[in-house]
Design a protein around this ligand. Sequence first.
Ligand code: NAD
Ligand code: DAU
Length: 355
Amino acid sequence: MKTLLITGGCGFIGANFIRFMLARKTGIRVVNLDKLTYAGNLSSLADIAADPRYRFVQGDICDPDLVGWLFAEEAPEAVVHFAAESHVDRSITGPSAFIQTNVVGTFTLLDAARAAWSDRPEGNGNRRFLHVSTDEVYGSLGPTGYFTEETPYDPRSPYSASKAASDHLASAYFHTYRLPVLITNCSNNYGPFQFPEKLIPLVINNALHGRELPVYGDGRNIRDWLFVEDHCRALSVVLERGAAGQTFNIGGNNEKQNIEIVTAICHLLDEMAPPLENGRPRTSLIRFVTDRPGHDRRYAIDAGKIRRELGWQPDTSFEEGLRRTVSWYLEHDAWLRGILDGSYRSYYESMYGGR
Ligand code: NAD
Ligand code: DAU
């Protein structure tokens, strides 16, 4: 059995990744280290909690004793590092937690891996430290061009600056200590289990209940959207076949203006959910509001390297992915209510006691 140490597995992408790996791969165990911040939800993994191949450990990646103990206790062959403060708006109002978790936490994990794996340097064995990062480290694009793996870093928000710092640390641990690090820089994900502070689930939740839909600025900022399962598949391919020291950009080849997305969600909900009072269309809920400070205008990924070298490309069209996402939220109202009212914490106590 190969043990994977996953950090941040109770968050959006981490939970999807754990489900993806346990459903498709044999011969693996997953140890999930998660602090359970506001963004971490045990209910996202409720149906696999009893799987003998799965272990949950509540804790902070910034705690060197805990992380060192976990490496000794579990002897993981690979680390897939998702844990982070991930929301740009929160990084503007409260950057401190971002520096702590994203920079200090990543350093703590890298250093624990270096200590635990010092017997076998890079190139010897199948060990991997996959650092999951973002396209936001590259800054903002004008109307043309794409981010490649060679694009210079130019982060603009405290979130993206903290992720850029963590990428540099990961890269430094490869070059200095030959730690078998891989870095992925991915575009905006969407899909099941995403916390409803992010654009797509926020709009689904508000539009469903007839609440206003805040669109920042002129609504014409562009993101390159990727269905989360496609991201999980890309990460599994990088983990299995990527060479240590490599960076891979991952994207959906799917640029959309924010206003296009908000409008599309309104149309889908008008079709799939009970109508609003007076039968008014949900687009009537759209409100243009004050822009996000330093709002990056456009992100777009050139995912040519991962396609050429590892044969990965996205499978899910945006139309299909968005419809599946809206359906999922309609069918999982209890999950949404649970994470919004904090009842998942009581659920945690009932499942795991004080652990
Ligand atoms: P998320 O906010 O949904 O989940 C983060 C998880 O990390 C939560 O379960 C939280 O409890 C945990 N966590 C936070 N601080 C911790 C700490 N100190 N110790 C242990 N656990 C801690 O995030 P996400 O959207 O799933 O993103 C996961 C990773 O992918 C992040 O590193 C993010 O930068 C990166 N990423 C996200 C996207 C996206 O569109 N969401 C795109 C590209 C890259
Ligand atoms: O590009 C990858 C990044 O994508 C990840 O690294 C981040 O963790 C993830 O949060 C996401 O960052 P964004 O800032 O792009 O995502 P968010 O969902 O917050 O916003 C998407 C776009 O929608 C952005 O242009 C801001 C806009 N927006 C967002 C919210 C929450 C609105 O117009 N209204 C809103 O209420």
